[in-house]
Design a protein around this ligand. Structure first.
Ligand code: FDP
Length: 340
């Protein structure tokens, strides 16, 4: 008798998936694929250092402050430089910008220039590195808008809805590469024994609701009253609407949003009396994560407006962020507008 073999999910490498993705774009030149390959290589090199971090005295801080005033960790620097070095010579990019650097990162003159712009946060959640807690890399890709010559700020400061790809790499109990080029959000887990990312989460869809909220509640007294009322509402007892919600906060944006994407709920970093625009950077964090979450069926807002519609004005600007299940984000907006 032939036994019933359970239907295995597709055995698909990230490389294959990227190539197949080109079929959605008959006009594709292969440059976007090249760029994504470069990022997956850089990710593996960073992961190698992250996993041996405690062994090789690479942990700890450098004496340098980054543009946002955080003390730069050595691993941040390693990730920052590794991504730049993996991406500067492929002919895919005309310019890069990193959360760790004040100015644009131009492509060296001896390498060919490409038509894409890459923005990245090399190691998000780096405050967690020393405690061995999940951290991640976030990336965002645009087409250049200036016709030729050296790329300018105009190429970089584009609205998030113009992204052509975005993704994040999670350095957790396993390493994941999650990306989107506008045709679904797909997650790959590294199989270290073969050194390949294998498709583990095909076409991720975020639940429309989810009884989990994620934010730094320690800032409660700095929030405006509407924000305080919103969180108070989530904490009230009401079986019919599934309240109180549970609070989950790693303090690594990538980890917190990854969980939100899979299980539903909301992640918030609101503005407050000390930081009116919150803490998170529009270009390196909010835009790419909003692109991912929207493409998975969720929503992302600064409390009033869709994040992806915001016109950026500076490379390192910050905005408040409310992101996750659509119904949860809409409820937050209603509270913030004083409608509830
Ligand atoms: P980090 O400073 O450790 O890099 O944007 C940076 C970030 O981490 C996010 O990843 C994280 O969610 C947030 O800051 C944590 O901020 P709080 O310490 O204010 O909660």
């Amino acid at each position: 008798m032939i036994s019933q073999v359970p239907k295995a999910s597709k055995l698909m490498t990230l490389e294959r998936h990227i190539i197949e993705g080109e079929r959605h774009h008959p006009e594709a030149t292969g440059k976007l694929s090249g760029l994504l390959h470069g990022l997956s290589l850089a990710a593996k090199l960073v992961w190698r250092e992250v996993t041996k971090a405690g062994l090789v005295n690479i942990l700890g801080t450098t004496d340098r402050m980054n543009i946002s005033g955080d003390v730069v960790k050595k691993l941040d620097e390693f990730a920052d430089q590794t991504i730049y070095r993996a991406m500067d010579h492929g002919g895919d990019l005309c310019v890069m910008a990193s959360e760790e650097n004040e100015d644009l990162l131009h492509i060296p003159a001896n390498y060919p220039q490409g038509k894409y712009v890459l923005l990245y946060d090399p190691l998000d959640g780096s405050g967690n590195i020393d405690a061995n807690i999940t951290i991640g890399t976030i990336f965002s890709v645009y087409q250049r808008v200036t016709p030729s010559g050296m790329a300018t700020l105009e190429d970089v400061l584009q609205e998030g809805y113009k992204q052509v790809a975005a993704g994040y790499i999670l350095f957790g109990s396993s390493m994941m590469f999650v990306y989107c080029t506008g045709h679904g959000v797909h997650g790959f887990t590294l199989d270290p024994s073969v050194g390949e990312f294998l498709l583990s989460h095909e076409d991720i869809r975020i639940p429309q609701r989810g009884p989990v909220y994620s934010l730094n509640q320690g800032n409660f007294n700095r929030w405006e009253p509407n924000m305080q009322r919103y969180i108070g509402h989530l904490q009230e007892e009401d079986a019919k609407t599934g309240r109180p919600y549970s609070l989950r906060y790693v303090g690594s944006m990538v980890a917190d949003i990854h969980r939100t994407l899979l299980y539903g709920g909301i992640y918030c970093y609101p503005g407050d009396a000390k930081n009116p625009s919150g803490k998170l950077r529009l270009m390196y964090e909010n835009n790419p994560m909003s692109y991912i979450v929207e493409n998975a069926g969720g929503a992302a807002s600064d409390g009033r407006r869709r994040i992806l519609d915001l016109k950026p004005t500076a490379l390192h600007e910050r905005t408040p962020l409310f992101i996750g299940s659509t119904e949860e984000v809409r409820m937050a907006e209603e509270f913030l507008a004083g409608k509830r």
